[in-house]
Design a protein around this ligand. Structure first.
Ligand code: ZN
Length: 201
C-alpha cells in the first residue's frame, strides 16, 4: 500500500492510545500506532452549523507520521465533508491524531513494523468468544481491569491516603459500555479463569 484514500467519515474510531493488535506476519502482540493526518483547511462555511459540526473544505492531507514511519501516505480526496466530532475546534491547519484506522503495527515478537488499516475489533490481540459474542480488549491493562471488575461485586473506588479517589480507567467501560451478557453471575464465574489464561498468569 503506497497511497490510500482517507475517508473522514469512516476511517476514524474511538481507540485507546495503547491499543494492541495481532501482528499480521506472526500473530504475536503488536502495539498499534495510529497515523496522524494533517488537514490544512482551505475554506469553511460560517453559516453552516449543526450539532457542533461545521462544514469545511480541506485542500490536501499531508503525511505527519513519526519519523520511523515516513513511508506512509494518506490522502483525503473528498472535499466539503463534515468535520468529525471530537476533532479540535480551532480553524486553520490542524492535526487529527486520535484513532485513525490507518497506522503501523509494531510487533513485540517478530519486531516487524507493518502498515495496516485496522479492522476493529477483528484485529484485537486480546479477545475471546463468550456466549457467541466477541469480548475484546484494547490491551493487557484492559483485561486486568475487566478481571478486577468481574471479581469485585461492589467495585468500591480505591482511595489515596489523602482521601481522594483513584480514577479507574476501565470503570466507565465496564459499567456503561460492556454488554450485560459479560457481567451475569455465570460470566463472573467463567470469565475470570479464561481471562487469566489469556494473560498466561
Ligand atoms: Zn510479528
Amino acid at each position: 500500500m503506497s497511497l490510500a484514500t482517507l475517508d473522514l467519515n469512516s476511517d476514524f474510531l474511538w481507540l485507546h492510545p495503547e491499543t494492541v493488535v495481532k501482528c499480521t506476519a506472526c500473530g504475536g502482540s503488536a502495539g498499534f500506532q495510529s497515523a496522524e493526518v494533517l488537514l490544512p483547511v482551505k475554506r469553511h462555511e460560517q453559516n453552516f452549523r449543526a450539532a457542533g459540526l461545521r462544514r469545511m473544505q480541506f485542500s490536501k492531507v499531508e503525511r505527519h507520521y513519526h519519523s520511523s514511519f515516513r513511508d506512509h501516505y494518506l490522502r483525503f480526496t473528498k472535499l466539503g465533508q463534515m468535520r468529525p466530532v471530537g476533532s479540535n475546534h480551532h480553524l486553520g491547519s490542524q492535526v487529527l491524531s486520535a484513532s485513525c484506522l490507518w497506522g503501523t503495527s509494531v510487533c513485540t515478537v517478530c519486531h516487524q513494523h507493518l502498515k495496516i488499516k485496522l479492522n476493529w475489533p477483528e484485529d484485537a490481540y486480546f479477545q475471546l468468544s463468550y456466549a457467541s459474542r466477541r469480548l475484546w480488549f484494547y490491551n493487557r491493562d484492559h483485561v486486568v481491569g475487566m478481571m478486577r471488575h468481574l471479581t469485585n461485586a461492589t467495585c468500591k473506588p480505591q482511595r489515596l491516603p489523602n482521601g481522594n479517589c483513584v480514577a479507574d480507567p476501565w470503570g466507565y467501560w465496564f459499567h456503561s459500555e460492556l454488554a450485560t451478557v459479560f457481567k451475569t453471575k455465570k460470566a463472573r464465574k467463567i470469565l475470570p479463569a479464561r481471562l487469566k489464561r489469556m494473560l498466561r498468569l
